[in-house]
Design a protein around this ligand. Sequence first.
Ligand SMILES: Nc1ncnc2c1ncn2[C@@H]1O[C@H](COP(=O)(O)OP(=O)(O)OP(=O)(O)O)[C@@H](O)[C@H]1O
Ligand SMILES: [Mg+2]
Length: 321
Amino acid sequence: MVLIEGRIVRWLNPAARLIFSAAEHPTGRPLVEVVRDHRIEALVARAQQAGLEQTIEVELPLSGRRLQARAVPFGTEAVGLLVRDISRVRYLETVRQQFVANLSHEMRTPLAGLDLAAQTLSGQLPADGDARSFIDRVIQESQRLQAILRNLTQLAALDAQGVEVDHAPFSLAELVRELVDRYQPRATAASLEVRVEMADGRIEALGDKGKTDQALEKILDNALKFTSAGEVVVSARDDLSRVEITVRDTGVGIPPRDLPRIFERFYKVDRARGGQPGSGLGLSIARHLVELQGGTITAESTPGAGTLVRVRLPRAPLTSR
Ligand SMILES: Nc1ncnc2c1ncn2[C@@H]1O[C@H](COP(=O)(O)OP(=O)(O)OP(=O)(O)O)[C@@H](O)[C@H]1O
Ligand SMILES: [Mg+2]
């Protein structure tokens, strides 16, 4: 904790003296000489000007330590600067991310081998009987595991620093039509109707086409998975500043107490009672993909009546049409 008045450091507690140990007698000195980082100095100035609390995370160039700094203004001149060394937290996060990335990578090869062996065996077994039902089960379960692994791999890739995100205009109308076409066979097999609702066939979004497609796939997958009868409707519209895609279904719905949590990693409604297969990762990946593009994702639901998931993205400027 550092107390600052104007640009001058007035007081530091022992922990702050340890973090900013470069200046020998810090009290009474200008802030920049004590913290030796212009980003922290600018943070304090912003808090003074705005009269509002400001937070940043900085990596110190020499020590490589990560600090979280919070500037809290008191009155017009005085600011309390709270600094927390979060190097260890960030380090553990990196370790966790690497662990997930490595584990999912290592598990991919043996699982693919298992799947291949089961498929080969399946080709040699008679069309019915016990052996047939067991081998079908083996194939089904190994494919489920592979799907979980794909989600984990995707999440690990999104967690890694420096994910590349396109920022270009693309035809949302086209993307939605292609997406729905892809899911048509699955809907038909489940006796569900899936259709597109779109007034304007020229809607263009600004962002990453591939990532938007992946996010909508996760949402549509859920809509079909959690709906036993009725329809799934994908609609798209735009206004002056953004585009909106909604996926609504006539499925089981989500209880109000679970709704705020469905975008969390591994969160599933009714996990205890079994229910539908899935790792609970789909929507957290979808949210990640949408937010990377500066968009938002929300859900509304009525248990027993259905669910609506809404994705908003920046819209392409009119001139690009
Ligand atoms: N359209 C929907 N209707 C009803 N419940 C839903 C719907 N979409 C999501 N949910 C609920 O939210 C939970 C989280 O969804 P999410 O897509 O993250 O995981 P999942 O589908 O269970 O697993 P995964 O997507 O990893 O295969 C689901 O388990 C389900 O309980
Ligand atoms: Mg899902």
